[in-house]
Design a protein around this ligand. Structure first.
Ligand code: NAD
Length: 500
């Protein structure tokens, strides 16, 4: 066993040279081995990094031309594309998801960098000539200053990429705090900015836990916070950040329902349920965790899903398996605990993920795919966000019962309907209280030029990630009313100006 590698902060383009007072272990979840020792930032260090970022923003980046910004963005995009396999390997080594899925996550993040390459077009304001006689009005959007991004473990590269390229393109300086569970991929992506020609200090990474998050939420020079994580922390970040005068977008947890109507193609629906329920071991904010089977398709659908689950191979993500381990031992044990509580609450355990073999060496944090049937509201397997490979089938008598169930859920991140009835699908997209909807698509993650975000307890704030909402979040608007000297418009007039 080799000794753990030290992982440290990235300050102004260079690794931090200090000595950390606190550190935290990083594991390879497929083997259970500790592979890294992560420096955790103190509040004081976070303050220094924010101050450094603020200087870089003021002196180097806020007035950088759009030509310069675009050049950096195009180079960054190129480097990220070239290194995506390398970054994917880092993700698999610390998160556990299978390699193809890890590279896929980098590719989805890359799309945001591509979107941000169009920043000159995205930042164009409006211009109105002669709004009043010889008076012109125009709008501009300017950067905020230092912006903070705080990301979760489950998409260690993609979630930071939802925000960072847009923030930088808009002229801000960034302090990113990745998840302490799998920090290396975010760090590797952050280093590419320096290589792409971004001035030192515009992009920084601090590692840490609550102490560093609190320092970001309260530092006066941090102008905005983009957070993604669990609902209780999202709510806390939203409340604390806004109380300190910052704009905050805080994306929270999820319980995503997939509704299958009786006229659906059941083979397509079963494939989709397995892909969306167990991909990335269910550790996706858009994973399907509740499948709502509308009578009479329940028995047939459960059988088709069970058949497919029998063919899934769970194991080390580097070995071409279908599904990898959970991120930590604690999380694996917590998820496994739901298998007992589901049975105690009266659900039918159709496939028990604690049984069967895994393709891995060592003491990895594995739980194989699990299926519950006859799950109901009020059972913890339905009510809680489990965030693991546990799919619950809920039976509904009708479309109306199904939509009532989805809309009564406190979360509203993603949902999907499977049907061949265009009218039913159209009614669903209109009536459902969820931010991202799939029609015969189980994980409807919007493209980068749209915006990503849920409703209700899945998002605190009013701005979703990337797309035009991202550009608005990372800029402030100004409207200029301008008149160049014309003697005919002189004179005293104490009334409110009116058009003439
Ligand atoms: P988490 O809430 O535990 O951690 C998220 C971030 O908050 C991390 O950087 C962590 O260090 C920090 N943090 C943790 N505890 C904190 C505290 N007490 N005070 C301040 N900061 C704290 O989430 P996670 O386990 O890393 O990620 C999984 C969760 O993220 C799931 O609930 C999932 O649904 C959610 N998620 C949501 C979306 C979305 O788009 N809505 C996307 C990805 C993940």
């Amino acid at each position: 066993m080799s000794s753990p590698t030290r992982i440290t902060h990235l300050v102004a383009g260079s690794p931090w040279e200090g000595t950390a007072e606190r550190t935290s272990p990083v594991y390879n979840p497929a083997t259970g081995e500790q592979t890294g020792e992560l420096d955790l930032a103190s509040g004081a260090l976070v303050g220094e990094v924010v101050d450094r970022a603020h200087r870089a923003w003021q002196e180097e980046w806020r007035d950088a031309s759009l030509t310069k910004r675009t050049q950096v963005l195009f180079t960054f995009r190129q480097l990220l594309d070239e290194r995506k396999e390398e970054i994917g390997a880092l993700i698999t080594a610390e998160h556990g998801k299978v390699l193809s899925d890890a590279v896929g996550e980098v590719t989805r993040g890359l799309e945001v960098a591509e979107f941000a390459c169009g920043i000159p077009h995205l930042l164009k304001g409006g211009f109105t000539e002669n709004a009043s006689t010889k008076v012109d009005v125009y709008s501009i959007r300017q950067s905020l200053g230092v912006v903070a991004v705080i990301s979760p473990f489950n998409f260690p590269a993609m979630v930071p990429l939802w925000f960072v390229p847009v923030a930088i393109a808009c002229g801000n300086a960034v302090v990113l705090k990745p998840s302490e569970k799998d920090p290396s991929a975010a760090l590797a992506v952050a280093k590419l900015w320096t290589e792409a020609g971004l001035p030192d200090g515009v992009m920084n990474v601090v590692h840490g836990d609550k102490e560093s998050v609190d320092a970001l939420l309260t530092h006066p020079e941090v102008r905005s916070v983009s957070f993604v994580g669990s609902t209780p922390i999202a709510k806390y970040v939203y409340e604390t950040g806004t109380a300190h005068g910052k704009r905050v977008q805080a994306l929270g947890g999820a319980k995503n329902h997939m509704v299958v109507l009786p006229d659906a193609d059941l083979d397509l629906a079963a494939d989709a349920a397995v892909n969306a329920g167990f991909g990335s071991a269910g550790e996706r904010c858009m994973a399907i965790s509740a499948l709502v089977a509308v009578d009479p398709v329940g028995d047939e659908l459960v059988q088709k899903i069970t058949d497919r689950m029998g063919k899934l191979v769970t194991g080390d993500g580097t070995r071409g398996c279908d599904m990898g381990p959970l991120v930590t031992k604690q999380h694996r044990d917590k998820v496994a605990g739901y298998l007992d509580s589901g049975v105690e609450d009266g659900a039918t355990l159709v496939v028990d993920g604690r049984e069967g073999d895994v393709d891995a060496d060592g003491e990895g944090f594995f739980l194989r795919p699990t299926l519950f049937d006859h799950v109901e509201k009020g059972m913890s397997v339905y009510d809680d966000e489990i965030f693991g490979p546990v799919l619950s089938v809920v039976r509904a008598k009708s479309y109306d019962d199904a939509i009532a169930l989805v809309n009564s859920n406190p979360y509203g991140n993603g949902t999907a309907i499977f049907t061949n009835d265009g009218g039913a699908a159209r009614r669903f997209q209109n009536e459902v209280e969820v931010g991202m909807i799939g029609v015969n698509v189980p994980i409807p993650v919007p493209m980068a030029y749209y915006s990503f975000g849920g409703w209700k307890n899945s998002l605190f704030g009013d701005t979703h990630a990337h797309g035009m909402e991202g550009v608005h979040f990372f800029t402030r608007g100004k409207v200029v009313t301008s008149r160049w000297l014309d003697p005919s418009h002189g004179g005293i007039e104490l009334g409110f100006p009116q058009n003439a």
